[in-house]
Design a protein around this ligand. Structure first.
Ligand code: SF4
Length: 533
C-alpha cells in the first residue's frame, strides 16, 4: 500500500504546523502508516500549488485546517476552496484530518474524516479495521513519532528554518471542571503525559535526521507537565519532571529550544514550583523563548460566565514572575524568556466595560515596566458552543487601542534603538521591503527597509518600530556599499543626509562621516551600527 500524507499546514491551540513549523501530527501519521506496513510519501500543499506532484497513492491523508487562525508571513495553510478542489483529485481512499474536520462540507468530500486522531484512523484503515475515532495510546504515540520522524527531510524548510513542534501531553489539567467554554482541549479527557525520556528520544531521532530547532509547544500548559492530577484544581506542578525533560533536551545541543503555552493561574497558585520551572526553562532553553498565557478576559463577569482560567490579578502575578526570571537579554539580542498574553472577544458575559478592564490590566503591565512579548487578540471561534453575535466595532476599537497605546511602547522597551538581533532568517520580499524573523516561538517580525538577499541568516540592528513589527538594518551596515534606502533608515539620518553620504562615498572613517552629518547626536546613534571597510 502506498500512502500520501498531504500537509495542508494545521494550526491548533496546542499545536502549530504552519512553516517554518512541522506539526507532530503529520510525523505521527507517517509513523502510524509505516507501522501498518505501508510505504509513505510526505508532501506539502505548496508542492500541489506548484504542480510539482500528482496524487497517486492508494490512501491519502489530507491534514488541514486552522482552529486558531494567525497571521502568516510566508506559508499559507490550505484554504477551504483548496481542500474541496484537491479532494476531487485524490485517486484512492481519502481521509481528512485536523481542524478542517469541524467543517461538515469539507468532511463530506472525503471517504473518512478523522475527528480526533488522524494517525489512529489511518492506521486502522490500513489494517482494514473499523475506524474507531479513538485517541492513540502512549505506546502508539511514542512509536509513531519515532518511525515517522524521517519525513522532516521532505519538508520545504528543512533543515533551516524548520522547527519541529513536539508534544509533551494531550488534554487540559482543568478537564474535571470542563475547562474554558470555548476550548476543545478538555474534551480530550484526562491528560496523558509522555515521559521525559520518550520526548527526548523523539527529539534525538529528529536531530539524527538533521533537525536542530525544536518547540515543545504541543500542550496546554508546559508548567503543568507531569503535574500530580490528584493534587487539586489546578494541580500542583512538577519541577523535577520539567527539569528532567529540558536538561535532557539541551544535551542534544539544539540551535533553538522553545516552548509555548502556560496557564497563569497555575503559576500564581503555585509560585514556588512555577518559579523553579521557569528557572529551568531559562537555564536549558535558548533565548527568545515565550510562555503564551491564556487570560482571555480581565472581566470577572466574563471569567465566571465562561469558566475561564485565571483572574487579571493572577495573570499579573504570573507576568511578574516570568519577567523576574526571564527578561535578561540572551546571546541572540532578545530576552531569554518572556510572557505573551492572549485575549478572546465575543465570550458570554461581555459588556461595555470589558475592554476597559482589559486595557487597565495592560496599562498596569506597561507602567510596572513589565515586558510582554506578544499580545494576541482574537474573536472567539464557536468550536464547542455558539456565542451571541459579537460586537465587531468594539473589538476593532479595542485592537486599535492595544496596538497604539500598548504594543508600540512595549516594542520600544523590548527592542531599543541600536539593539543587535542575531540570526534573523530573511524570508520574504514585499515591494522594496524585506521581511525576516529569528527562528522560534513568536519571534518579532523584522522589516528591513530595502531589498536584500533571501533565504539566509543575518544579524540586524533595530532602527524603528511599528505596532507589531520593528524596522532594522543589516548589521554591521557597510556604509560605503549599502543602498541609499539603508542610509535613509539610519536613526536621525533622513533623506538629505543619506543623499550627502551617498555622493561623498567612499568615506574612510567616523571623522569623515561626522563632517557630512554635522550633528554629534546622530553620529552617536549610528556609530555602532556601521562599518567603513
Ligand atoms: S485552561 Fe482553558 S484555554 Fe487552556 S487548555 Fe484548559 S480549557 Fe483550554
Amino acid at each position: 500500500m502506498k500512502v500520501t500524507i498531504l500537509d495542508g499546514y494545521i494550526d491548533e491551540p496546542a499545536c502549530l504546523g504552519v512553516p517554518p513549523f512541522i506539526s507532530p501530527q503529520v510525523r505521527a501519521a507517517a509513523g502510524a502508516a509505516i507501522s501498518a506496513g505501508a510505504d509513505v510519501e510526505y508532501i506539502t500543499i505548496d508542492k500541489i500549488r506548484k504542480n510539482e506532484v500528482e496524487l497517486n497513492s492508494d490512501v491519502t491523508l489530507f491534514m488541514s485546517g486552522n482552529a486558531v487562525p494567525g497571521k502568516y508571513l510566508r506559508a499559507m495553510p490550505a484554504s477551504k476552496k483548496e481542500v474541496l478542489e484537491i479532494s476531487l483529485s485524490i485517486p484512492g481512499i481519502s481521509i481528512l484530518g485536523g481542524p478542517a474536520t469541524l467543517d461538515a462540507e469539507m468532511c463530506s468530500s472525503f471517504d473518512y474524516s478523522s475527528k480526533n486522531d488522524p494517525a489512529v484512523s489511518l492506521n486502522e484503515i490500513l489494517k482494514r479495521e473499523e475506524v474507531s475515532q479513538r485517541w492513540r495510546t502512549l505506546e502508539e504515540w511514542n512509536e509513531w513519532q519515532i518511525k515517522g520522524a524521517y519525513i522532516v527531510k521532505d519538508h520545504p524548510d528543512f533543515p533551516d528554518p524548520l522547527i519541529a513542534e513536539v508534544e509533551s501531553y494531550r488534554g487540559c489539567v482543568r478537564y474535571k471542571s470542563g475547562g474554558c467554554s470555548f476550548c476543545i482541549e478538555p474534551l480530550k479527557g484526562k491528560p496523558l503525559f509522555r515521559q521525559p525520556s520518550d520526548i527526548i528520544k523523539e527529539c534525538a531521532k529528529l536531530t539524527e535526521y538533521g533537525v536542530h530547532n525544536f518547540r515543545i509547544g504541543g500542550q496546554s500548559c508546559i508548567i503543568s507537565y507531569m503535574a500530580d492530577l490528584n493534587s487539586g484544581d489546578p494541580p500542583r506542578p512538577n519541577p523535577d519532571a520539567v527539569k528532567e525533560l529540558f536538561s535532557g533536551l539541551s544535551k542534544l545541543n539544539p540551535k533553538v529550544l522553545h516552548v509555548d503555552n502556560a496557564n497563569p493561574a497555575v503559576i500564581s497558585t503555585y509560585p514556588e514550583e512555577s518559579r523553579k520551572i521557569i528557572k529551568t526553562l531559562v537555564t536549558y532553553c535558548t533565548s527568545g523563548n515565550v510562555l503564551a498565557l491564556g487570560l482571555e478576559s480581565s472581566d470577572p463577569q466574563v471569567i465566571s460566565a465562561n469558566n475561564l482560567n485565571s483572574s487579571a490579578e493572577q495573570t499579573l502575578e504570573a507576568i511578574k514572575i516570568i519577567n523576574e526570571e526571564g527578561s535578561d537579554i540572551g546571546n541572540n539580542g532578545v530576552s531569554k524568556l518572556l510572557p505573551g498574553l492572549n485575549f478572546i472577544s465575543g465570550l458570554d458575559g461581555e459588556n461595555k466595560n470589558t475592554n476597559e478592564l482589559n486595557i487597565n490590566l495592560l496599562n498596569d503591565i506597561l507602567n510596572n515596566n513589565l515586558l510582554l512579548r506578544r499580545i494576541n487578540l482574537r474573536q472567539v471561534i464557536p468550536l464547542r458552543k455558539e456565542y451571541k453575535k459579537s460586537d465587531k466595532h468594539s473589538f476593532i476599537k479595542f485592537k486599535e487601542r492595544v496596538r497604539e497605546d500598548i504594543d508600540q511602547p512595549m516594542l520600544k522597551k523590548m527592542f531599543p534603538e541600536g539593539r543587535i538581533l542575531k540570526d534573523v532568517y530573511v524570508e520574504l520580499h514585499d515591494g522594496n521591503l524585506t521581511f525576516g524573523r529569528q527562528i522560534g516561538s513568536y519571534p518579532i517580525l523584522i522589516c528591513i527597509p530595502y531589498k536584500t538577499e533571501l533565504n539566509r541568516f543575518t544579524d540586524v540592528a533595530v532602527v524603528d518600530w511599528g505596532y507589531r513589527s520593528i524596522t532594522a538594518v543589516e548589521f554591521p551596515l557597510r556604509i560605503n556599499e549599502c543602498s541609499i534606502k539603508a542610509l535613509e533608515s539610519l536613526p536621525g539620518c533622513g533623506r538629505k543626509r543619506a543623499a550627502k553620504i551617498f555622493i561623498s562615498r567612499p568615506l574612510s572613517n567616523l571623522e569623515a562621516l561626522s563632517k557630512i552629518i554635522d550633528d554629534v547626536n546622530v553620529v552617536e546613534r549610528i556609530k555602532d551600527i556601521i562599518v567603513f571597510e
